[in-house]
Design a binder for this molecule. Structure first.
Ligand code: AMP
Ligand code: MG
Length: 398
């Protein structure tokens, strides 16, 4: 059986960087910027006031009581009517441009207003006080956002301020999701005897979308050759085809066996990992193909451990499943066999982590309730209470 690390390496080596596409600014949230974004203007475009008050010459405000004449009013969005000279001031508001001659703002709290446009103050100012210099935030041509940044609200805001109505982002990898099994119906559909609800496509769709892909959900396909081939043909426009179920070697497990005769090139099938041993990777008609096991925990953890790193690589991102943390184990664990294991675990209040007693790969509820995973290497010896272990929090991942 192939090791987990080698399987992942092989999968990642096949993941292409996605090409760029243009999207409107308002479609760019959560997308990945494909090229550095250079400011298209200076911000602020000219020196502006940071406060409400009076634009003055700093040398006129020297700490002794002085009287100044207010010659104009400049609200934000207005243009100064002219310069100010010695002994003059301009009434000014936050964001408004300074008139020529002014180099500081006398805030209104430090001013007494007299009759006839006269003000008095005993404030002492140095040049630049409460002035935002032109280009202080960004200057035309400066890099505002680096390539490969995943865009959130603050980046969208900056891109808007830099005057971009559209952005060049990486195209989202399209992931076709096909679940297989005669026993499956979708949530809400009539449920016959012996049938269960398909959970995997819904879970994998959420996973794909969370990690920057676009899911094409093909629903559940019966365990029949023609049906499966029809679904795969329909899925051929995707970048990655993902199946769940039918990956082991039971009589009804079609995916691996059958598809080999119909254009599936298998790179590997079965890896030394628990849950999720029967995992197929290869290509189907020049599309990347990932065949996940049917058990809900195996399907989703297989998706997390292989599909998520693949999507990250295709989007020029770091691998979010490598964020393992050192933690102390609560309770002990017996020696492990030849399969690397991802144990569903709870984070205890004092920061130690405890593996759930039951690790059945059919128990979706336990996965939903887990705080994280403990990684148990192949052939690990028995671990005592307090052992240092690698722990991966799940809340941001699945
Ligand atoms: P298989 O890999 O097809 O042998 O399926 C293994 C187990 O997972 C069986 O108990 C299936 O009923 C179950 N299973 C397969 N696909 C799904 C699915 N989409 N949702 C929930 N359970 C599934
Ligand atoms: Mg099946």
């Amino acid at each position: 059986m192939m090791s987990f690390d080698e399987a992942k390496q092989r999968i990642l080596s096949r993941a292409p960087l996605m090409p760029a596409e243009l999207v409107g600014l308002h479609q760019a949230n959560n997308r990945v910027l494909a090229a550095p974004l250079l400011a298209r203007r200076d911000q602020p475009p000219h020196a502006v006031s940071a406060m409400d008050g009076y634009a003055v010459r700093a040398e006129d405000c020297h700490g002794q009581r002085t009287r100044l004449t207010v010659t104009q009013t400049i609200p934000a969005g207005a243009v100064p009517q002219g310069p100010i000279g010695p002994g003059q001031a301009a009434r000014i508001f936050t964001g408004a441009p300074l008139p020529a001659g002014a180099d500081a703002i006398l805030i209104q709290e430090l001013v007494q207003r007299l009759q006839d446009e006269q003000i008095e103050s005993d404030a002492e100012l140095t040049a630049g006080r409460y002035v935002r210099a032109a280009g202080q935030d960004f200057a035309k041509g400066q890099v505002g956002i680096d390539a490969n940044q995943r865009l959130g609200a603050r980046h969208i805001g900056l891109a808007a301020a830099m005057n971009y109505p559209w952005l060049k982002v990486r195209r989202r990898p399209i992931v076709a999701l096909i679940s297989t099994g005669d026993e499956l119906v979708h949530p809400g559909e009539p449920l016959g005897a012996g049938q269960i609800i398909s959970a995997n496509c819904s879970a994998l769709q959420a996973l794909v979308e969370r990690h920057g892909g676009q899911a094409l959900v093909f629903g559940a396909t019966p365990d029949h050759k023609d049906a499966l081939i029809a679904s795969l043909e329909a899925a051929r426009s995707a970048d990655i085809i993902v199946t769940s179920g039918g990956a082991s070697v039971g009589d009804h497990d079609l995916v691996g066996g059958l598809l080999r005769d119909h254009g599936l090139r298998v790179d590997f099938w079965k890896i030394a990992m628990r849950p999720g041993k029967p995992l197929i990777f290869g290509d189907y008609q020049e599309r990347l193909f990932l065949g996940l096991p049917g058990n809900p925990v195996s399907a989703l953890l297989g998706g997390l451990m292989f599909l998520v790193p693949m999507l990250a690589r295709m989007l020029g991102q770091g691998d979010p499943t490598e964020a393992w943390q050192p933690r102390e184990l609560a309770g002990s664990l017996p020696a492990n066999d030849e399969r690397l294991e991802f144990l569903r675990a709870r984070l205890l209040p004092h920061g130690r982590v405890e593996a759930f007693k039951r690790q059945d790969s059919a128990m979706a509820k336990m996965l939903a309730q887990a705080d994280g995973l403990i990684r148990r290497p192949a052939q690990a010896p028995a671990w005592p209470n307090g052992q240092n272990v690698d722990y991966l929090p799940l809340s941001d991942l699945i």
